[in-house]
Design a protein around this ligand. Structure first.
Ligand code: SF4
Length: 428
């Protein structure tokens, strides 16, 4: 088996360059935000946030424009009496869950999602989940994870959610033959495209995690080779490795190049010959390259500044620099997982200014001084920066939108081109 995925001639980037580490005030959403895309992915799961009215407002306003059916998330409100320890929060939680499950027989997997308030009153949601799972087994499984905003960033909610599911994955029966596991939420349309590509290469069996249905849990064991589809899954990867699975090192499937190298990592692990790999991937890659060439006219030479927010910043920066010719002013990331991002760092242009963590005031000063053409940042910073005349892109949109794979490469470029085109119109 060969897990190498970045050809040697491409490994001249900035894997070794120093990184500016900052600690200070940060402007990020909390992990509850992940519920918005997770509840759409696992179609028979329900997310019950155990939190305050603030938590309920956050979820409703973030999801408000995206709900097309009866929501599969809600907030069990912890009120002042709970905070003062006057009410038995566990008994109240049991009552809420009982009512919910009676009313919604479609729920097969219930997540109790911790928040800042539930952590403040030290409500032990893991014990509550175990107790409720016993009560409702085998019809409903109850798991818990924390979406609390204390010292986290918003994509960590997905990491915590997936990590909570790993202990429940069944053991792989046949460990002599490798099985591929794709880890991280992908839109169904992207998942179907990837499945077709693996199929054309003869890579099987392939499973996706999280699954679309709670019961479709992929088997896990020493025969499992996994590819991360998202760069923010450190805890999930650790939990999978503890069960014997082996991570395939690869850049993330953004853009024609990233997608090719990501697929290549699986192909190498399965010893797929070059001709088969080419036959399966060339049509998609060529379509993507053609579509990107049109976007390149718009984006080449434009200077982009990333504030740390989604943890997608480094793969996105690599895509913008290498496939669209954009100039990277600063690439900020909330956390840098050097191992998971090693192949991405190797592909960044030498000398790229990287920063980890945030001191928002200092970073704003650097951004203003650089006057980039485009700023990728969280919602909280976007409006003030727009008011100062800078052009922004909300980083959260890049997590909600299908952007992975060949067929989505041009859509991803378009997300960056659109604010620049709007600025040109406004200036005209
Ligand atoms: S979990 Fe914490 S940060 Fe997130 S909405 Fe609730 S109170 Fe705010």
């Amino acid at each position: 088996m060969n897990a190498r995925s970045v050809p040697p001639h491409l490994t001249e980037g900035c894997a070794e360059i120093p990184i500016l580490r900052e600690r200070g005030q940060r402007e990020v959403f909390c992990g509850l935000t992940g519920i918005i895309w997770l509840h759409r992915k696992i179609q028979d799961a329900f997310f019950l946030v155990v939190g305050s009215r603030t938590c309920a407002h956050l979820i409703q306003s973030a999801a408000g424009v995206m709900i097309f059916a009866e929501p599969r998330f809600a907030t069990a409100i912890i009120d002042e009496r709970d905070l003062a320890g006057l009410a038995d929060a566990n008994a109240e939680l049991d009552r809420v869950v009982q009512r919910l499950i009676e009313r919604r027989p479609d729920i097969k997997l219930l997540f109790l999602v911790g928040s800042c308030p539930s952590e403040v009153i030290k409500l032990d949601l893991s014990r509550a989940a175990a107790r409720l799972s016993r009560s409702f087994s085998p019809d409903v499984r109850v798991l818990n994870y924390s979406g609390s905003g204390i010292e986290t960033t918003f994509t960590q909610g997905e990491d915590a959610c997936l990590a909570s599911m790993v202990p429940g994955l069944p053991a792989q029966a046949d460990t002599a033959h490798p099985a591929l596991l794709i880890v991280g939420t992908l839109a169904d349309v992207v998942e179907d495209q990837m499945r077709r590509l693996f199929n054309e290469m003869g890579i099987a069996p392939v499973a996706f995690f999280p699954p679309r249905r709670a019961a479709d849990l992929p088997p896990l064991g020493p025969g499992t080779r996994f590819l991360l589809a998202q760069p923010f899954l450190a805890d999930t990867a650790r939990a999978l490795e503890q069960r014997g699975a082996i991570r395939l090192d690869a850049p993330f499937p953004l853009g024609a190049e990233g997608t090719t190298l990501w697929l290549q990592a699986a192909a190498d692990a399965w010893d797929i010959d070059a001709a088969t790999f080419h036959r399966a991937t060339a049509p998609g890659r060529e379509r993507a390259q053609l579509a990107l060439a049109r976007q390149r006219d718009q984006l080449a030479g434009q200077r982009v500044f990333f504030f740390p927010d989604s943890q997608l910043e480094i793969p996105l920066a690599r895509f913008l620099a290498r496939e669209l010719g954009m100039q990277l002013v600063e690439v900020g990331t909330p956390y840098l997982h050097r191992q998971h991002l090693a192949t991405e760092l190797a592909l960044l242009p030498a000398g790229t200014m990287l920063s980890e963590g945030q001191h928002v005031e200092k970073q704003l000063d650097r951004c203003r001084a650089a006057a980039p053409d485009l700023v990728v940042c969280g919602l909280g910073l976007a409006n003030p920066l727009e008011a100062e005349g800078l052009t922004t892109k909300w980083s959260i949109e890049l997590v909600f939108t299908p952007i992975q794979g060949y067929e989505q490469a041009a859509d991803l470029a378009e997300l960056f081109a659109r604010p620049l085109v709007r600025r040109t119109w406004l200036a005209a």
